[in-house]
Design a protein around this ligand. Structure first.
Ligand SMILES: Cc1ncc(COP(=O)(O)O)c(C=O)c1O
Length: 449
């Protein structure tokens, strides 16, 4: 048999294997866990992973090229660079702003970056790791995004950038944030790790359907960990339309090297042995010239191959997330007395990562009592990541500024949680969860009598 015939035969067997191993199980209330997130895939992802394994290229190759160009085209930017995680993407995005290639615009130690404490740690960590100062602004409930009217209070002569996430897929107010960034000459990094597929419509009377988040700021980051909108197992990406930033990010991602040859390529610049860099001797091999203090944050082609297939499903995944969000919202409607329900930012159409809920102070029960109850009924919930990062052990002594006492950030830490919206979830599981919540509320009310 030829190689092509063998590949075809293997692909056929993989499809059969998938049918046997991953046959859909029916949901048994109280026995089957209600997950908050998970991988959703079919035989195509398995076949792609095997196809890339048969190539045995292993590092980034043809599938990485394809994934990067499809992702950039989908989001509507020029460049997408694959990484091994969303956290790595965040590290690259922020570190890129410190590059000497940016001249006077580069961020220097002691410069300030505006962010929030109600979020995921690795949005904030790159700020600290680059010896910059995070400036924390409180969040709004129930959009769970930065309070835009507080941002200007956070400005100082040292403010150089805003680095915030579209919380749980809900775009922050891009009109306001971009307006402030433009007015004060700040970089904007959008952490879109939870928001692939969310859209935002700029300005009143703008285009009717909006643009994808990740196409607004100078740099955007994405995560492809299994909980996210598409998964590569582990994985992430940095997106930008700025050629210089793309070059810097590629360099930082690839050991800090100046050379931009793809894996296995040589002399793309045509000056491999004739350039002069730093204090190196003339003609020093460009492959080993380092213009940044870099890392190796590349992913593998097996991951990228899975990503190519996942990306084809993105629209249907996002539709399912929006449908599940709506189902939760309708089901929770009669319990508004107990819960603050989530709200999309005006002008946004979120592909919700989750359904966040805040237990009202007057509910008569706590967030933890409820999530504990749900947990014993095999219904997964999650807190809004780190709650208030400033109260986490690792952050107790970090250099920072904060605007006020961050009361809503504390409220998120104490009273908020989220349920899943991922495409693996459907009405049956949502109804079961709501029955369980109803039971909890009735029992709590009885106990109080
Ligand atoms: C907002 C946000 N940023 C960054 C990350 C980090 O992504 P990763 O887990 O791929 O490192 C996450 C992770 O879920 C996240 O939710």
């Amino acid at each position: 048999m030829t190689e092509a015939e063998l590949r075809q035969k293997v692909a056929g067997l993989v499809a059969q294997f998938h049918k046997v191993r991953n046959a859909k199980q029916s949901f048994v209330p109280g026995t089957t866990p209600v997950r908050y997130a998970g991988r959703v895939f079919d035989e195509k992802e398995l076949q792609a992973a095997v196809e890339a394994s048969l190539d045995f290229w292993l590092t980034e190759g043809r599938f990485a090229e394809e994934f990067q160009s499809e992702l950039a085209a989908k989001v509507g930017v020029e460049y997408a660079l694959l990484t091994n995680s969303g956290s790595s993407a965040n590290l690259l995005a922020l570190t890129a702003l410190t590059s000497p290639l940016l001249g006077d615009r580069r961020l220097k130690p002691g410069d300030e970056v505006i962010t929030v404490a109600a979020g995921f740690p690795t949005t904030v960590n790159p700020i600290i790791l680059n010896n910059l100062i995070p400036v924390f602004v409180d969040v709004d409930i129930p959009t769970y995004n930065i309070q835009v009217n507080q941002i200007e209070k956070a400005l100082s002569p040292k403010t150089k950038a805003i680095f915030i996430a579209h919380t749980l897929g809900n775009p922050f107010n891009l009109d306001e944030v971009l307006g402030i960034a433009e007015k004060h000459g700040l970089f904007l990094i959008e952490d879109c790790c939870d928001a692939l597929g969310s859209t935002y419509r700029r300005g009143a009377g703008g285009e009717p359907f909006g643009s994808f988040v990740g196409s607004f700021g100078q740099i955007a980051t994405f995560s492809f960990y299994p909980a996210h909108h598409i998964t590569l197992g582990e994985g992430g990406a940095v997106l930008t339309s700025d050629e210089t930033l793309a070059r810097i990010i590629r360099s930082l991602k690839d050991w800090g090297r100046d050379c931009y040859c793809g894996p296995g390529e040589n002399n793309t610049c045509g000056r491999r042995f004739s350039g002069q860099y730093g204090n190196l001797p003339p003609g020093y091999d460009h492959k080993y010239v380092y213009s940044h203090i870099g890392y190796n944050l590349k992913a593998t082609d097996v991951q990228a191959a899975i990503g190519v297939e996942q990306l084809k499903k993105l629209d249907s995944f996002c539709a399912a997330r929006r449908r599940n969000f709506q189902l939760w919202k309708e089901s929770f409607g009669k319990y508004e007395k107990y819960f603050l329900l989530p709200k999309a930012t005006e002008g946004a159409d979120p592909a919700w990562f989750a359904f966040p809920v805040t237990v009202r102070a007057e509910a008569g029960f706590s967030r933890t009592e409820l999530t504990n109850h749900l947990n014993t009924h095999l219904i997964e919930t999650r807190n809004l990541f780190g709650g208030n990062l400033l109260r986490q052990p690792a952050y107790l002594n970090i250099a920072h500024r904060q605007i006020g006492e961050l009361p809503n950030t504390d409220c998120v830490m104490n009273d908020s949680f989220f349920l899943g919206t991922y495409p693996g979830l459907d009405k049956e599981q949502i109804d079961y969860t709501m029955d369980s919540i109803e039971q909890f509320i009735c029992n709590t009310a009885l106990k109080k009598k």
